[in-house]
Write a protein that binds this ligand. Structure first.
Ligand code: ADP
Ligand code: MG
Length: 395
């Protein structure tokens, strides 16, 4: 689960990680008032979306407007906010469709002496968190990794012990910090490391992590992602979820108990079992097609779930054909066909449907399909199914 920058900073503050002063604004008036309240010579107005690259991103409606701007007065904040709110921000990370901005974070402008990079992720090989740090902050870390990989440092730490003082110093020296900043790092880094473990993050990225002219470290940006499998023990974090930032069909699928991931292709897939779903997508690709989604209805799907699955697949305008691939193990094939036909009638199919069934009661099920009178193409095996569904697109 991703959260917004201002929410990440709220959590940082609770964990004792220094952040600039900031105020959330949802109208141009609120943005102007925030500038007055903060009372700093320079203020920064920042678009809140679940994607980075905002500083360089621009709005579809206002190509000159950036996603993060420095302002010097309340009026200037109001004018910028009016262009930003309700508009669509396109950055390197949003894709060309962009993301609509409905919240701004107005923050005190700080004098930056140094922009560093700090990230924490889980290293699957060692099974521990790893801190990734670089003296080249502010810019995209991918660029640093590609052109100057020697400027990226990694330090693994024990999740139970936390980041040890000598490790914090090691990172600080590697970043080339002076004495004041090393002191600040010794307090800053272990706190972020502890926050990462305590909150079951899958990623925490601070880019830039800044050092002020006084040698103080502050998190100027906060990109935090939580491991969804651990959210059950962080009920307090659930309120941070912003459904507007998530793919609506994925939210709908989650509610119905389906595993669904939207993809860019045009062949919708309805499959039971994640492994079968993966191989179905592979086969579609091998035969020259592109899957529009991953969808696993699970082992014991009922009629309602199958209907919902069809609704979700067909709501995607890119879908030009659908492939149903079911292995009737726990669920018998004839029961599945019953659900399929009921769903077919209630959802209203407008694209070709190819069905491949295998397993218990498959003969009975195929007969039901053949006699159903619906426009359904039956396939004998996986390859046949993939070929047939790709074939429907060529007609
Ligand atoms: P993004 O990573 O999405 O582009 P950031 O929060 O990193 O957004 O902001 C982009 C840039 O804006 C930063 O690299 C920094 O140079 C500047 N910036 C952001 N917040 C502040 C602030 N409070 N004071 C001064 N400069 C800031
Ligand atoms: Mg950033």
């Amino acid at each position: 689960m991703k959260i917004h920058e201002y929410q990440g900073k709220e959590l940082f503050a609770k964990a004792g990680v220094p952040i600039p002063r900031g105020i959330v604004a949802r109208t141009p008036e609120e943005a102007a008032a925030a500038v007055t309240t903060l009372g700093t010579p320079v203020t920064v107005v920042k678009s809140q979306i679940h994607a980075g690259g905002r500083g360089k991103g621009t709005f579809k409606e206002h190509p000159q407007q950036r996603g993060v701007v420095l302002v010097k007065s309340a009026d200037e904040a109001r004018e910028n906010a009016a262009r930003m709110l309700g508009s669509t921000l396109v950055t390197k990370q949003t894709g060309e469709e962009g993301k609509k901005v409905s919240t701004l974070f107005v923050e005190q402008g700080l004098k930056i002496a140094k922009e560093l990079y700090l990230g924490i992720v889980i290293d699957r090989e060692t099974g521990t968190p790893v801190i990734i740090a670089s003296s080249e902050g502010g810019t995209e870390i991918e660029e640093v990794a590609e052109h100057t990989p020697e400027k990226i440092f990694r330090e693994h730490y024990d999740p139970c012990l936390g980041l040890m003082p000598f490790q914090a110093r090691k990172i600080a020296y590697a970043l080339g910090l002076d004495a004041n900043a090393v002191n600040s790092a010794q307090s800053f880094l272990p706190k972020v490391a502890k926050f990462f473990v305590d909150s079951d993050c899958s990623m925490a990225e601070i880019n830039p992590l800044i050092v002020t002219e006084e040698g103080q470290m502050l998190a100027l940006d906060a990109k935090v992602t939580f491991d969804e499998n651990a959210l059950f023990r962080h009920k307090d974090l659930l309120s941070y979820r912003d459904l507007n930032e998530e793919e609506p069909t994925e939210v709908q699928a989650q509610t119905a108990g389906l595993s669904y991931v939207k993809l860019d292709g045009n062949i919708g897939c309805l499959v039971n079992g994640a492994g079968l779903a993966m191989s179905t997508m592979d086969l579609i690709k091998i035969h020259g097609g592109e899957p529009a989604n991953f969808l696993d209805v699970g082992g014991g799907a009922n009629v309602e779930q199958v209907k919902e699955a069809f609704r979700i697949i067909l709501a995607d305008k890119n879908v030009k054909a659908v492939l149903v691939n079911i292995f009737g193990g726990i669920m018998k094939c004839d029961i599945i066909v019953e659900a399929l036909l009921a769903a077919y009638d209630s959802v209203g199919f407008h694209v070709p449907l190819v069905v491949r069934l295998e397993g218990t009661n498959v003969e009975k099920a195929r007969k039901m399909l053949a006699e159903s009178g619906r426009n359904i193409i039956s396939a004998n095996d996986l390859t046949d199914a993939a070929k047939k569904v790709v074939g429907t697109l060529k007609k």
